[in-house]
Write a protein that binds this ligand. Structure first.
Ligand SMILES: Nc1ncnc2c1ncn2[C@@H]1O[C@H](COP(=O)(O)OP(=O)(O)OP(=O)(O)O)[C@@H](O)[C@H]1O
Ligand SMILES: [Mg+2]
Ligand SMILES: [Zn+2]
Length: 323
């Protein structure tokens, strides 16, 4: 697993805050019952005093120590039972004074026996959707709601193969060396839909994914290019080079320029050379690609990315007609 480090650090902090809040709530409950239930304050005071009694029992020498320990333990158990009884008699749950963690498995530590708790993994996935930039999209676009009935005849057979292969790609994704994909084809054929589905599935496998439109990518690179000395805002382009899977949607719709296409080439080149995966979707054909970018970019894309040509009738239009 290689969750985004920033996400990991911030989720760790969330967990610390959760634990602190749970303890604080337990303290408040204790205060409340000590003040409101007759006999509770005395009982709690005795339980508090029994802790130091253990030390005293230890300090009084070896002889009879076990008996003294047993006596303190017996008295503690008795007081705790009495306190539970008192709570129940006054309409509270017996565990009212316990610290109530959100996750009883890891007590909001995020890990059990050195392994990440399921609750934290789930939280990191949600956080991953957010930082990947797909939290708004991933409810609408997944493999499960990719409907093949929108495609007919030969198109359907083609799209069946694409869906199966792309799904396999996502299910088997394991970081470097997983390969890169190029989604080609006309508008409204499901390229964005499948890109988001891949992003979502790969995040769920625990990888650091970043999704962006080409417009956003180019504008971030342009911003960095004109970054002023001494500007200490976070560098916007790090995520493009660091993430395990970069998903670039709508390549060809951005307002590009010679200045940033050079950056784009080095990004692609770096990712390809280090075996890092990228999924790109575009409306452009090979010929158009050559016209917009240069030969080097086109040959990287067509040489290193596995191409899938989406076919069919615009699904946006089909959905409109269904309404
Ligand atoms: N197979 C499908 N089943 C269900 N909904 C689909 C399917 N394919 C696409 N859609 C939906 O149709 C709409 C258009 O699809 P999408 O955005 O993926 O097209 P696109 O190929 O990316 O088009 P463009 O080239 O214009 O960006 C989206 O709302 C998407 O969720
Ligand atoms: Mg699209
Ligand atoms: Zn947990």
């Amino acid at each position: 697993m290689a969750f985004n480090r920033e996400d990991y650090v911030s989720v760790k902090k969330e967990y610390e805050a959760k634990r602190a809040a749970a303890r604080e709530r337990a303290e408040l409950r204790l205060k409340k019952v000590r003040a409101s239930i007759p006999g509770m304050d005395g009982l709690c005071a005795e339980i508090d005093a029994l802790g130091p009694k253990m030390y005293e029992a230890a300090l009084q020498g070896r002889e009879g120590r076990e008996e003294r320990f047993a006596e303190v333990r017996r008295r503690t158990e008795y007081c705790v039972k009495e306190r539970e009884k008192l709570l129940v008699e006054n309409g509270y749950h017996a565990d009212y004074l316990d610290v109530h963690f959100e996750c009883p498995v890891c007590r909001d530590e995020g890990n059990v026996d050195g392994a990440m708790c399921e609750c934290m993994r789930k939280r990191l996935v949600i956080k991953g959707y957010e930082s990947a930039g797909i939290s708004g999209l991933c409810g609408k676009m997944s493999f499960d709601n990719f409907d093949l009935s929108y495609y007919k005849g030969e198109d359907r057979r083609n799209m069946e193969v694409i869906l199966r292969r792309v799904r396999e790609y996502a299910d088997n994704f394991n970081g470097r060396g997983s390969g890169s994909l190029l989604f080609l084809g006309g508008t409204g054929l499901g390229k964005t839909h499948l890109s988001v589905a891949v992003a979502k599935a790969v995040i769920e496998r625990g990888y650091y994914v970043y999704y962006c439109t080409a417009e956003k990518l180019f504008s971030d690179f342009r911003y960095e290019r004109f970054r002023r000395n001494g500007d200490d805002s976070p560098i916007r382009t790090d995520k493009y080079t660091e993430c395990d899977l970069l998903v670039i949607d709508d390549l060809g719709t951005e307002s590009s320029g010679k200045d940033v296409t050079a950056f784009f080439y080095s990004l692609l080149n770096a990712r390809v050379n280090t075996g890092m995966s990228t999924v790109i979707s575009t409306n452009l054909s090979h010929k158009e690609m050559l016209a917009v970018y240069d030969e080097r970019i086109a040959s990287r894309l067509f040489g290193e990315f596995f191409p899938y040509l989406f076919t069919g009738r615009d699904i946006r239009m089909q959905k409109l007609q269904e309404e």
